[in-house]
Design a protein around this ligand. Structure first.
Ligand code: ATP
Length: 237
């Protein structure tokens, strides 16, 4: 379980996060929704230690990890898939997947995991020897997700996995997110502008507005909330 308490971050004196607290319990999907610039990516970057925070504590499975560095955060099993498609364009699909497992040395298990990724995303099997940079946007997103899973993370943080994907693929990506959560019990902190999908798959959600948490509740509660409907689901009266 990840517990973030009173986290504040500023960029050059401008406060981007103002003392937010969020919890990601074991085996759950938690989503952070909010408009552009609300501070969603900043939250993930601060948890990953890619940026410095001003105040706050981060507790992971009972251990205070507030002051460890980015590399040690990854070693603890906390993996982030950043916004945009971060694949190595000049390497093949297979090489990208193997690279995801670079911290592991259980060769047989790695081969099995690659097969599992190909079951999740059959198109990647067909294109295993194709250079990643020549894949379509959606295929690159699938590869980015698979590569992150190859590290066998204990917790996954995803920054807008549906960004720029065709509607059909958005459905697919959310189905996969649900599947790895249910099958592997992987806790996921999911950032999305696509609030409708995110709240449907999430056990719990937080609504972030200009650096503060304005609302929180179960996915269903937030889907029914009038303010959420009006501002984030486009279905308000
Ligand atoms: P989006 O959905 O558009 O990606 P977001 O909710 O992820 O938005 P953040 O990227 O966390 O928002 O940005 C929060 C605020 O901090 C914004 O006002 C942004 O302009 C500002 N900000 C983010 N990164 C930096 C930076 N490196 N330097 C200065 N300001 C920054």
């Amino acid at each position: 379980m990840l517990e973030v308490k009173n986290l504040s971050v500023s960029y050059g004196g401008i406060k981007a996060l103002k003392s937010i607290s969020i919890t990601v319990p074991d085996r759950q999907i938690v989503t952070l929704i909010g408009a552009n610039g609300a501070g969603k990516s900043t939250t993930l970057r601060a948890i990953s230690k890619l940026i410095k925070h001003d105040t706050g504590t981060i507790i992971y499975n009972g251990e205070d990890i507030t002051n460890i560095n980015a590399r040690d955060t990854v070693k603890k099993g906390i993996t982030m898939i950043p916004e945009g498609r971060h694949v190595f364009p000049d390497m093949t699909v297979m090489e990208n997947l193997r690279l995801g497992a670079y911290l592991r040395n259980d060769k047989k298990q790695i081969r099995e995991d690659i097969d599992y990724m190909f079951d999740l995303f059959p198109v990647l099997r067909e294109r295993s020897s194709q250079l990643a940079g020549t894949l379509s946007g959606g295929e690159q997103q699938m590869l980015a997700v698979s590569r992150a899973l190859m590290a066998r993370p204990k917790m996954l943080m995803m920054d807008e996995p549906s960004l720029g994907l065709a509607p059909m693929l958005v459905k697919d990506i959310f189905a996969i997110i649900e599947r790895v959560n249910k099958e592997d019990g992987l806790p996921i902190l999911l950032i999305e502008q696509n609030a409708n999908f995110a709240l449907k798959v999430a056990d719990y959600g937080y609504v972030l507005e200009t650096g503060t948490i304005q609302l929180e509740g179960t996915g269903d509660q937030l889907l029914q909330n009038e303010k959420v409907k009006e501002l984030y689901l486009g279905t308000g009266d």
